[in-house]
Design a protein around this ligand. Structure first.
Ligand code: ZN
Length: 168
């Protein structure tokens, strides 16, 4: 296979249907009116910007969970898709599990990590949600784009940390 064909195939891998779909029609966009935390993060390498706002609620066990989450973003397809997918999988999760999931996302995108090992290292709830984010592993071929994927997750974890509500 020629180098050109090879890079074309890799690009196709990177911009899988799911990424395209999320970047063209992102879910959960905007800024919540009644947010408990809001955080803006930038990726100067690619020019991506994302603002994450979230509202929190105590569940039946008095554990803080994300009740609602929106993102407002400008940037490349990967960063928008990652943010859109993030808002889908974090709703209803406890803060602790969201931090686990953020670690998992960063790890599934690192080429030296075995995908199955990363995914299996979490509990069932996190595992299932992490599996649904596998499309993002396309960046394994483009390490320079890793930050595009992790940017929204950084914004969210900083947003949640700022509120001093990590006790759960
Ligand atoms: Zn980007």
């Amino acid at each position: 296979m020629t180098e050109i064909l090879k890079s074309k195939r890799n690009l196709l891998e990177l911009y899988q249907d799911i990424i395209l779909k999320h970047s063209k029609m992102p879910k959960n966009t905007g800024v919540l009116k009644d947010y408990d935390c809001c955080y803006k993060e930038k990726n100067p390498l690619c020019g991506d910007k994302v603002t994450v706002s979230a509202s929190l609620v105590n569940d039946v066990n008095e554990i803080k969970v994300v009740k609602d989450i929106l993102f407002d973003g400008k940037g490349c397809a990967i960063s928008i898709a990652s943010a859109s997918m993030m808002t889908e999988v974090t709703k209803g999760l406890s803060l602790k599990k969201i931090f686990d999931l953020a670690d998992g996302v960063s790890n599934i995108c690192k080429d030296q990590m075995l995908l199955a090992n990363v995914i299996n290292s979490f509990d069932e709830e996190v595992k299932n949600r992490l599996s649904s984010l596998q499309a993002l592993t396309g960046v394994r071929n483009y390490p320079a784009r890793l930050r595009c994927v992790t940017l929204p997750w950084e914004a969210l974890t900083k947003c949640l940390s700022n509120k001093n509500n990590i006790s759960n």
